[in-house]
Design a protein around this ligand. Structure first.
Ligand code: ADP
Length: 268
C-alpha cells in the first residue's frame, strides 16, 4: 500500500486538514509486471519465426534460389513461418478485443447436442480426408439440451480443444466427447489418449503463451494462445474450464456452462 499526503492550507496560512490517498500498489505492480511479461513473450514469439525466415532468405539470396531442389523447400518454410505469424497476430488481436471488452458475447438459444455434434462431424470429415485413423466417440446425454450461448465462440473453443486432442495424441488414438447435465450446469468433456500434461503444468496450460513443450507446439503450428482465448470465452459465459491429465496416458478438458433445464411445459 502506498500513501500520499497533502496538507490543506488556508489563506491565512493555517493548516486546516490533511488528505491521505492510499494506492494499492501491489495490484498496480502486478498488472505492470504481467504487461511487461506479455510484451516480452510477444516479442520473443515473433522473433523466432522472423529469425528463421531471415536465415532461409539469406541462403536463397546467397545462391540457393538457383538450386531447383532447395529453392522451393526454403520458400515453403518462409511461407509456413509467415502463416504462423499471421495466426499468432490474429489470436493476439482476438485476445486484445476480449481484454478491451470489444467482443461481447451474443447469446442465442441453441441445441447444444446438435452444436457439439456439428463440431465432431467436421473433425471426422477432416480426419478422413487426411487419411488419419483417430476415432471419435460420442457419449451424449439422451436429453436435448437447449441453452443460451454464443454459438460462434463456443464452437471456436470446441475446435481448439479438439485440435489439441489430435495434435497431442498419436494417430489411431480415441477421442471421447461427453455431454451431460447436472442440476444447473452442462458439462462437455473431451478426452484423448495422448502424451498428457505434467501435473505441475495442468493449470498453467490456460495461461497466455504457456506450452509444455515450446518446440513441439511451434512445430505443430501452435501459438500458445488457444486455451487462453478459450478460458476468456468460457468465463464470459459465466462458466469454467479445466483439465485433468496423466502423463503418457492422456488428458481430459472440461467445460462447464450454466444451464437451466427448460421443462417441456415451458415451451407452450
Ligand atoms: P498451442 O498452440 O501451443 O497448442 P494452447 O493454448 O492450445 O496452445 O495449449 C497450450 C499448451 O497446453 C500446449 O502447448 C500443450 O503443451 C498443452 N496441451 C493442450 N492440450 C493438450 C492435450 N490435449 N494434450 C497434451 N497437452 C496439451
Amino acid at each position: 500500500l502506498k500513501a500520499d499526503f497533502a496538507m490543506i492550507r488556508r489563506e491565512s496560512g493555517f493548516i486546516s486538514g490533511l488528505v491521505c490517498v492510499l494506492h494499492d500498489v501491489t495490484e498496480q505492480e502486478k498488472n505492470e509486471s504481467e504487461r511487461r511479461e506479455f510484451v516480452s513473450n510477444v516479442s520473443h514469439e515473433l522473433r523466432t519465426p522472423l529469425t528463421s525466415m531471415k536465415s532461409y532468405l539469406e541462403s536463397l539470396t546467397d545462391g540457393a534460389w538457383q538450386d531447383p531442389e532447395l529453392a522451393p523447400r526454403f520458400l515453403n518454410v518462409t511461407l509456413e513461418e509467415t502463416d504462423r505469424m499471421i495466426r499468432m497476430i490474429n489470436d493476439l488481436l482476438h485476445l486484445s478485443r476480449i481484454d478491451a471488452q470489444k467482443s461481447p458475447i451474443q447469446l442465442e438459444l441453441v441445441n447444444l447436442n446438435e452444436m457439439v455434434n456439428f463440431v465432431l462431424e467436421r473433425f471426422e470429415m477432416m480426419i478422413k480426408s487426411q487419411n488419419q485413423n483417430y476415432k471419435i466417440k460420442k457419449e451424449f446425454t439422451r436429453r436435448t439440451i437447449w441453452t443460451e450461448v454464443d454459438p460462434d465462440k463456443i464452437i471456436q473453443v470446441l475446435d481448439n480443444i479438439m485440435n489439441n486432442a489430435l495434435k497431442y495424441s498419436p494417430d489411431g488414438g480415441e477421442i471421447t466427447c461427453t455431454l451431460l447435465e447436472t442440476h444447473n450446469n452442462v458439462i462437455i468433456s473431451i478426452s484423448d489418449q495422448g502424451m498428457g500434461i505434467p501435473q505441475q503444468d495442468v493449470k498453467r496450460v490456460f495461461n497466455r503463451f504457456f506450452r509444455v513443450d515450446k518446440a513441439r507446439s511451434r512445430a505443430m503450428g501452435g501459438s500458445g494462445l488457444g486455451l487462453a482465448i478459450s478460458r476468456e470465452v468460457i468465463q464470459d459465459h459465466g462458466g469454467s474450464i479445466w483439465a485433468e491429465s496423466e502423463e503418457g496416458k492422456g488428458s481430459t478438458f472440461y467445460i462447464s456452462l450454466p444451464y437451466e433445464p427448460i421443462e417441456e411445459d415451458d415451451w407452450i
